[in-house]
Design a protein around this ligand. Structure first.
Ligand SMILES: [Zn+2]
Length: 442
């Protein structure tokens, strides 16, 4: 269906309106996130399942933020300050992980930064570590990830951070209005459930299961686990044990003093969920009111919607004639205008606006992914300077220039080719030279 629409392959009385696309080069656009998702999946195809999934959220009480506020200001008044401090912190986090190997030697990573509705930035980071550092056993997982309250007498600083930042809710009977409480798939007569599946089960030992994440060790008070008493806003006291602790890495938490959830990714089941989660883009809604035309008001004649004005112009110019000018077309209600949709349906918090105004990136992946062009025979694309004289000879010469796809076909025909596998694996042993085309290897 999409191919048919893109090719305007429909009868004159089934006009689908005009189509304006927003290319993936526009940060935050639908196609941008789609490209990020496919790039991430290309890394998965090469490296297999990732090993860790880390989420870090900006802490408005960081001294770097509080110490820079003017009298009377709060962190919510200064999205620019939060953006700058969080950017520096997440750069430091990446240095710790990728250069200092805090959780092992990182081979590849995919990261995106999002903003919560109240404006605070948070980052999702997925990474792959070297084979020798993979968290494959219960012992390694226990050293890397903790889902328990620390002993206050042994490590009071870590205790305070976990208490402040790493306790989920508590939701359920204590607070049914928390954002995690959802009714999806629940019968109408059943109460809402926590989407994050809290409280977790208490267990003496970590269990590696065929699920999204391992069941981490969460000892009960009887087994030596700790518990705390929290005071709710209404003054009620709630006793919280290890069932409510969000998994974390003690070393990173002590350094960054913020909400920082670390999960071991155990099975391939979690891959698509995680990657869709980090490349889902921002919340948006778009409502369009469409008025059906009356019988007495027939649609405009089909010639008015015949597209291909640019193709006609090229054809006319190639034959030495004057460029054909496409007739001005009226906007239709069923036009697909991604540029307009991007502006109209976007939810942009002040924090995200500040992040973008400061020119900070919202997505990273390493290693870089090369997108390979694919086209059908006789649909070879080429670029020309604006206003350049186009003649049939120039078009023929451009059509014979070898691009990555036709270069691949050429390589397949070489007897001494190093080619192994298929087109997507081709950039690994070969690269495309930036030398003039007649000298390039591919
Ligand atoms: Zn919950």
């Amino acid at each position: 269906m999409l191919d048919a629409i893109n090719a305007h392959d429909f009868a004159p009385d089934q006009q689908q309106g005009n189509r304006f696309i927003l290319p993936p080069s526009i940060y935050g656009s639908k196609r941008f996130w789609k490209k990020c998702y496919h790039d991430a999946m290309a890394i998965v195809r090469f490296y297999g399942k990732p090993d860790f999934f880390l989420t870090m959220t900006c802490n408005p009480r960081w001294p770097e933020i509080q110490g820079s506020l003017l009298p009377g200001e709060s962190a919510t008044d200064r999205p620019d300050l939060c953006a700058r401090v969080f950017f520096l912190k997440h750069q430091q986090l990446k240095e710790d992980l990728i250069k200092k190997h805090v959780l092992g030697r990182v081979l590849a990573h995919v990261e995106s930064v999002e903003h919560q509705k109240r404006g605070l930035p948070h980052t999702h980071l997925i990474f792959w570590v070297a084979a020798a550092d993979k968290p494959t056993t219960r012992e390694i997982i226990d050293v890397t990830v903790s889902a328990e309250l620390p002993d206050r007498s042994v490590n009071p600083e870590l205790y305070d951070i976990v208490k402040t930042h790493m306790i989920h809710g508590p939701c359920g009977p204590w607070n049914r209005r928390l954002v995690c409480m959802q009714r999806d798939g629940q019968p109408a007569d059943q109460p809402a459930k926590c989407a994050k599946v809290f409280p977790k089960t208490l267990r003496q030992e970590t269990r590696v299961v065929d699920d999204y994440y391992p069941d981490y060790r969460r000892r009960s008070p009887d087994q030596g686990g700790h518990f705390i008493t929290l005071t709710r806003l209404n003054g009620d006291a709630v006793t919280v044990d290890n069932r409510w602790v969000v998994p974390y890495n003690p070393r990173l938490l002590l350094k960054y003093h913020c909400h920082m959830n670390l999960e071991v990714v155990h099975t391939v089941l979690s891959i698509k969920y995680i990657f869709k989660y980090i490349t889902k883009g921002q919340d948006r809604m778009n409502v369009r009111v469409h008025v059906e035309p009356q019988e007495t008001n027939p649609p405009p004649p089909p010639e008015q919607h015949q597209l291909g004005g640019f193709a006609d112009a090229i054809a006319a110019q190639a034959q030495g004639g004057a460029p054909a000018v496409a007739p001005e077309e009226p906007r239709r209600m069923d036009d697909v205008d991604e540029i307009k949709e991007y502006h109209d349906g976007r939810y942009l918090s002040s924090g995200e606006a500040a992040w973008k105004l400061l020119g900070f990136n919202i997505h990273w992946n390493h290693p870089p992914v090369e997108q390979l062009p694919v086209h059908l025979p006789m649909q070879h694309q080429f670029l020309m300077r604006e206003g350049a004289r186009i003649n049939p000879e120039a078009v023929r010469a451009a059509a014979n220039v070898r691009n990555k796809l036709t270069g691949f076909f050429h390589l397949c025909g070489q007897e001494d080719s190093l080619l192994r596998g298929v087109y997507p694996t081709n950039p690994l042993p070969y690269y495309r030279s930036s030398e003039p085309l007649e000298q390039s290897a591919l």
